[in-house]
Design a protein around this ligand. Structure first.
Ligand SMILES: CC(C)(COP(=O)(O)OP(=O)(O)OC[C@H]1O[C@@H](n2cnc3c(N)ncnc32)[C@H](O)[C@@H]1OP(=O)(O)O)[C@@H](O)C(=O)NCCC(=O)NCCS
Length: 163
């Protein structure tokens, strides 16, 4: 669980730099309140790495239900609604890969994979949990595929995102 306000601010800034959530009604916004709810859903929902004082990357996941996952994948609800409707539970059926960012000079060294494995392994899961994602980029898709294959989890994605 990340409590340090400076660390949370660094993560929010890094996330906004890559995802521009403030200009997008569909995406979950990068705010302190969102970080608080994510960590209430599960304390390991956000994982980050520093090199000295520099934040080199972070990942966040949203443990949720298969029902909400299906609605999101079928585009009945957007990412914001998925987040709003998710409530803290003892065990989860599905994990949404909410965000993964690694600064360019540190990429392709396995850092995002390592952070995501740490985040997901912290979460108590029900049988046959599903990993799902909404890829913005090819690298994000590759990352999701790699993590799902390591954890032997079924992977689902929102369709047609690159088209
Ligand atoms: C996605 C991102 C976080 C991956 O970080 P990373 O630390 O480089 O990822 P890893 O080194 O753990 O690589 C994971 C897998 O993805 C592959 N991959 C990473 N970047 C890639 C790229 N640009 N093109 C193709 N494959 C890529 C890796 O090769 C690896 O697979 P492999 O082991 O089978 O070769 C990073 O590229 C990034 O910050 N991108 C911009 C933000 C973004 O698009 N986030 C994803 C959407 S939430």
């Amino acid at each position: 669980m990340i409590k340090d306000k400076k660390v949370i601010r660094d993560i929010l800034e890094q996330s906004e730099k890559f995802f521009h959530t403030k200009e997008d009604d569909e995406q979950i916004e990068t705010t302190f309140e969102v970080v608080e709810k994510l960590q209430k859903i599960h304390p390991s929902s956000i994982v980050c790495r520093y090199d000295g004082n520099d934040l080199i990357g972070h990942v966040s996941i949203l443990p949720t239900s298969k029902d909400l996952m299906n609605k999101f994948i079928n585009k009945e609800i957007n990412e914001k609604k998925l987040f709003e409707l998710t409530i803290p539970q003892e065990r989860y059926e599905a994990i949404y890969l909410l965000a993964a960012v690694v600064e360019p000079k540190y990429q392709k060294n396995g850092i995002a994979t390592e952070m995501l494995l740490e985040a997901i392994k912290g979460v108590p899961l029900l049988k046959n949990p599903v990993l799902f994602y909404w890829p913005f980029t090819k690298s994000g898709e590759k990352l999701a595929q790699k993590v799902a294959s390591i954890l032997k989890m079924t992977l689902e994605g929102r369709k047609n995102i690159f088209e």
